[in-house]
Design a protein around this ligand. Structure first.
Ligand code: GLY
Length: 564
């Protein structure tokens, strides 16, 4: 009922073309006094929250939630993938950890091309050749070792119990599993647990994953990278035609990074730095938008959509050209987000008509990525906050499932540009900066973000959604800051997306009034409401004026906020 009311409120809000905050009837998400976890599955949020209740901090809860998602949300939660976490401690210290996958040592620039130099369809997306060296277990242990307070046993035990007990299938999960049956058969030599018509309400148990986690509990991080698990994993990938070796696993290390920070009005925004494009792209868009009075234009009005679209167009043009793994390429971070540069970028914008993407440099590169990632936000009772986005790239990653170890392997290699100028399966046309090299990390759009106001924590937010991640995080922040929405409404509000190329404004279907679409079309915007069933699936936590927390768990998924 709450969901129905929320959607009703949002649609009402849109159809009224809300100009004044007073027209708006807010719907709040879960409110708690002290602490909260918001993630894609209730089971994972609960396990993370239980860790907080036991006296653990946000970093302990990060480890628990990440691993619980690997059990309860195999669609994107993972041991076989990677991610990024941005944090803000209660003393104001900030930082980020990069546990992104890496290209194996045997990777080559042309590994996905045939003899004629053409991209081989499916090679970077389906099966063992698509797999990058996973970083998740290293990420979890690095975070726990640096900032955790509870013994790892207390964190892993409930996750192992969940894997043994099993997880019930939701309506959405039933559909996701059914949709991928053909790919599961193509990617796997033998039958896997997901090759079955699982129905809503069924329980899937994961005994092999429980055993893998038990070994990790006993032997620590190195079990995954140097132990029996590493040996089994490398052999499994190679037996299936892949190139990840034991040496690749043994060499894997996380990177602690300085996040991207910038101001927008009276907010300070802290987001992920390269090899994610998220923070820089978000900074570029917000800085280009800042001079415009969006709150006066109103939420999702023609003018607001124009300003945001034009800023997105310009930022995404830069994104493809300049960004890649900072350990391999020089990125002009400061220049890309400098006021002068961004003012100049927007100088060609007018409200009269759309700018053409073909008139915006850098041309000839395009960004679209897989949508199947997952995000969680945590604020603890001590005031620490984390924002983490984790992925195996595609839905169920490469679809290659190691039954002996109990998890899917990523297809993150597809986030590289297989051939500069040629689109990957998701339409990505990358540049040289993101070409394949041994041990390089592939460019990401993941945008785990923390927002401060007046030097205090205001929000932790993020989302899956490939290239739409950045614009979904952007609109959620604007919905709260410019349009006075609650966290829940900000997350639920209809979203749109432009990424330079293709020169199209993607809009969530049945969410925007016809009159608005007509106005935008008249001004020269091409609107696509068909190919964008979901733009992001945002989870966030907002600190309210009285210090309480409000969770925003996206109506588009099974996402749930749990707290106390
Ligand atoms: N694989 C999605 C991303 O990293 O952005």
């Amino acid at each position: 009922m709450k969901k129905i009311l929320t959607i009703f409120t949002i649609l009402l809000l849109v159809s009224c073309k809300q100009e004044k905050k007073s027209d708006y009837t807010p719907v709040r998400g879960l409110i708690t006094d002290k602490a909260m976890v918001v993630s894609a599955r209730q089971e994972a949020s609960k396990i993370g929250n239980d860790i907080l209740k036991k006296g653990g901090n946000a970093f302990d809860a990060m480890a628990a939630t990440e691993l619980a998602l690997a059990v309860s949300y195999p669609y994107a939660g993972n041991l076989g993938g990677g991610g990024f976490m941005v944090y803000r401690k209660n003393n104001g210290d900030i930082g980020a950890v990069d546990y992104r996958e890496k290209a194996p040592l045997a990777a080559t620039k042309d590994m996905y091309l045939d003899e004629e130099g053409n991209v081989i369809p499916g090679k970077s997306t389906l099966g063992a050749m698509a797999v990058g060296v996973p970083g998740t277990v290293a990420g979890v242990f690095a975070v726990h070792e640096k900032f955790g307070t509870l013994p790892i046993q207390e964190i892993l035990t409930p996750v192992i119990e969940l894997a043994k007990k099993g997880v019930f299938v939701t309506e959405k999960q039933e559909k996701r599993i059914a949709a991928k049956q053909e790919d599961f058969s193509k990617a796997n030599k033998d039958s896997i647990i997901f090759m079955k018509a699982w129905k809503q309400g069924d329980t899937i148990r994961y005994p092999a994953l429980a055993k893998t986690l038990e070994r990790i509990l006993e032997n620590g991080r190195d079990e995954f990278y140097k132990g029996e698990t590493a040996k089994t994993l490398a052999k499994f990938i190679q037996d299936n035609g892949g190139i990840v070796t034991e040496e690749d696993l043994a060499k894997y290390q996380v990177r602690w990074r300085d996040p991207v920070t910038f101001t927008y009005d009276d907010l300070r925004i802290i987001s992920m730095s390269p090899p994610s494009s998220g923070g820089i792209c978000l900074a570029q868009i917000l800085k280009m938008i800042e001079p415009y009075d969006l709150d006066k234009f109103g939420h999702n009005t023609t003018k607001t959509i124009q300003v945001i679209t034009e800023a997105e167009r310009r930022a995404y043009a830069d994104r493809s050209f300049y960004l890649g793994d900072p350990d391999f390429v020089d990125i002009p971070n400061k220049e890309l987000i400098s006021d002068d540069y961004l003012k100049n970028r927007m100088s060609s914008f007018t409200f009269d008509k759309a700018t053409l993407s073909s008139d915006v440099s850098y041309g000839n590169v395009q960004v679209v990525e897989s949508n199947e990632t997952t995000h969680y936000s945590i604020v603890d009772q001590f005031g620490n906050a984390i924002s983490t986005t984790t992925t195996i790239n595609g839905a169920f990653g490469s679809k290659l499932y190691c039954s002996e170890l109990g998890f899917f392997l990523n297809n993150e290699m597809d986030d590289f540009s297989s051939k500069p100028g040629v689109p990957n399966m998701f339409g990505l046309i990358g540049a040289e900066a993101n070409s394949i090299a041994p041990e390089k990390r592939m460019l990401s759009s993941m945008t785990p973000t923390i927002v401060e106001k007046d030097g205090k924590l205001l929000m932790s937010v993020g989302t899956p959604g490939g290239s739409t991640i950045i614009t979904s995080v952007l609109q959620t922040i604007l919905n709260v800051h410019e349009f006075g929405m609650t966290m829940q409404d900000a997350v639920n509000a209809p979203r749109f997306h432009h990424q330079w190329l293709p020169d199209v404004v993607m809009m969530e279907p049945n969410s925007f009034p016809e009159e608005l679409i007509k106005e935008l079309t008249t001004k020269g915007y091409t609107i696509n409401q068909e190919n964008s069933p979901v733009i992001g699936k945002v989870d966030g936590i907002l600190v309210l004026d009285d210090g309480k927390l409000e969770g925003g768990a996206d109506r588009r998924g099974d996402d749930t906020a749990v707290g106390f």
